[in-house]
Structures are given as structure tokens and as C-alpha cells.
Ligand binder design. Sequence first.
Ligand code: XUL
Length: 509
Amino acid sequence: MGLYLGIDASTQSMKCIVIDTVSGRIAAESTVNFGRDLPHYASPNGFLPHENPLVKHADPLMWLDALELVFRRLADAGVPLSEIQGISGSGQQHGTVYLKEEMSALHPNRTLAEQIRPKLARRSAPIWMDRSTAAECRELDAYFGKRIQRDTGSPAIERFSGPQIRKFAKECPKEYAETTRIHLVSSFLCSVLCGKDAPIDFGDGAGMNLLNLKTLQWDREIAEFTAPGLLGKLPEVVPSSTLAGTLDAYFSKFGFTPGIPVAAWSGDNPNSLIGVGAGAPGNAGISLGTSDTFFAPMADFKTDPAGYGHVFGNPAGGFMSLICFTNGSLAREEIRKEQQVSWEFFDREACRKTVPGNGGRLILPYFEPESTPFLLEPGVRRNYKTADPAEEIRAVLESQALTLRLHSEWLDEKFHRIRVTGGGSKSEGFRQILADVFQADIETISVTNSAGLGAAIRVAHTVEGIPFERLYECFCRAEEIVKPNRENEKCYDDMRESLRDFLRTIIQK
Ligand code: XUL
């Protein structure tokens, strides 16, 4: 028992969280924001500027500098890093890093960026926000049809890794041929910690359109079609609770004990599932961030007939679903500004002074192209003509909650408890709407960095065999619980029908 470190390498920041399995407390946290702390990378939002708005790449050296800085901050804060007993991490999903030399033991006197730079076969890494691979997705669709989704858990999707790799192989065949290893963000950073090549776990590997979820092996045929010789360039794929290696001696400069275990990293969504304490079937998580996501463990492997939901490996065993709604807080914030109201207005006026059902008002507020439902043309559509600001805000919250419910119904599961995180979860009024729409308890937890916490919990579980349930008890206890109001069930059942009809009028897919 002791201290375990979870690292969260997200789109805009690198964060650390240290848990203490003896006291059951969070022992320390530290953050590096790419825009604020590493401005020379010119990536205020985590990606490099590009003339084509569909291209979103990041500089992997920025992540390495951030890793050094976030460790330095932990050490400077007096955290006893020599007592850390194991490390794991979480990476933004789908991004790919291309290496032409094997990852090897680190040199103590050169920075990580200095020594990894010559190993990069491609100076930048496409990330999940990249939307420039539509042609490659259609090629995969044309060749494999429905098999891509049936076997990998997701249809060919622009932000996924396989189409990114195919595009690179087509456009830069020489650099692709020189590439000997292709990592995800998660397995790349894990390899750096270990000073040797690390595996990809089932959680993050499933976000590539390359992992066959029926065999839990790379799909030979899909890999070969994606890019020539790709199978030989992919790391091994393993269950999440696997030791990837041990900590390279390089990190003793921050005070870590070299040789401590490093557990395989995973993607941010699989880690968050664990970090909100929802790894067992019957639970679900909703993250209300810039985008909203709905994720839940799956009792059995199945795919979304509508093609929106994804299936990833659940780090606690089996599978999990993930559904991503691009216009989450993004839309809430735009409508808030349009109505010239404050966030406090949401709870005080919009939720208290209006009634559930809101006269049947529904709004589809898409300010960016939406992934669920798939819509390339942004636009705000309403089924009503008039609404005062409070009714307008309630319409957004109810429509978003109903959309979350509608697009999670393919899971065919009654959720009794849903853990919510992210900025949007601060509104009690929104939580009540979610409780009534799902007829489930809506719970918040105190830790905001659920991905980092999930990684710390996973390594404690992997190294010491502490059961997940015991770790959830310590670190993921519910802070506030909002109970559903049964009287509102019928009204939201009816509105769900109207929403489905309304969506049918605008769907392009
Ligand atoms: C999930 C997805 C994002 C990224 C970045 O499919 O694209 O959630 O993992 O957070």
C-alpha cells in the first residue's frame, strides 16, 4: 500500500494526481497547461496552427517538455516522489506518433525532447480533432463495408488512428517506409517512462479502427489494407492491467525511485470510466465538457446500429461504450451568450421558474459540425417560435439530456446510477433534468481529473491487486446525489418521441 501516480496527457494540458491507498486520500496534484506554460510551441489549444482547418496536429516534443515540467512541479511542491510505488497514465485518444528508431534507455544528461526528437519519423502527431481523413474513411468503408464496425466496434471515423495512418502512408510513402513503430499518445508516453517500447491496451487500441474486438488482436486484413506492412509497425496489444515495464533511471532526477512498475497507459475515456467509479455494469458516466460524452460498461459486446456509438475495452474487464456529442458546453455557452444571461441564471431562473417539459420546446443547437447525430452543416433548429430566456435555456438542457438518452438506448441497459463530471455538471438544475430524463440517480464526485484518477487507480490495482470496488470506495465516493422525480417520467418519455421525429427531419447519414 502507498502512493500511486496517474498522469493525464489531455489535449490542452498534462496533469498529475497522486493517490495514497493507505489514507484513502488524494496526496498531490500538479498541472502544466500547454498554452500558458509552453507558449513557444504555439499551440494554445493543444494543436499547431494549419492553413487547412480540418488538419489538427500536435508536437510530440511539447508533451515531453510538459512531462518534465509537471514532474518538476510535483517535486518542487515537496511531494515525496521517492515513495511513489507505481505509475500509469491516460492519453487523449486516437492521436498517433511515428518513430523510426526503437525506444531505448534514456540518457541522463539530455532532455527528453532532445533525445526523442531524432527518433521521430514524422515531426507532428495527428490528434483526435483532425478531420482531414474523410477520403481514407470512405476507402475503408468501400472495401470492408459493415465489417469495420462489426469487428472493431466503430465505423471508419475521421478522428480514429487507422485512417490517419493510411493518409500518412499515401501522402508520405518514404517517411512511412522509414517508420518502424506507430504509437498512440498513451503508449508513446508510457514507452518514454519505461525507456523501452510499451504496448497499447485494449481500451485505447479500440479507438484505432484496427483492433478486432472479437479476437482482441490486431486485425491482420484491416491493418494490411490500412497501410502496407502496418502490422509490423504496431506495438503489442494487451489488457489494461498489464505491467508495461519499469521506470527508467532518467526520472531519478525528479526524485522517483528507478525501477518502480509502470502499468500500461490507456485512453482518457476508458480511464475516466474507472476514475468516476463506474467500471461495473449498471453504471454510466456523463462528461459535460466542451463536448459531452456518455460512457458505460457493457455487459456484452454489441455495436450501435445507428453507427454513432463506439466500443472500447473496459479497463475493469469486458467492454465499454462511448458516445461523443461535439456541441456540449460549446452550445450551452453560445446560447447563454445569445440570451445575455449568466451561468447562475441556469439554476436560479431557467430550472426553477420554468416547468419540466417546457411546453414541448426542443432545440438542436449545433454551432460546430456535430458527430451525434452526424451533421456537417452547423445550425440551430427549433420546433418552437417563441421562448423567453429561461425557456430557451431549459430547452437546450432538456434537448441535450434527451439526445444523450436517445443515443444511448442501443445499449439496452437501465442505468440506475450515472456519475457526471465536467463544467456542465456544476449546475444542479441540469443534474435534476438528467435525473428526470434518465430516471436515474445523478451523482457527482469530488475529483475533477477523472482520467488521471482512473490511471492512478488502475496502477494501484495492477501492482497490488487491490480490487477496483475498494479503490472506488476510497477515491470515487458520491459527493452530491440528485434523485429522479417519478412524476416527470411520462413527460420526458413523450418528449423523447418528439425529439426522435425532429432529428429525423435533419439527419444526413
Ligand atoms: C473520444 C474522443 C475524445 C478524445 C479526447 O473518441 O475523440 O474524447 O479522447 O478527449
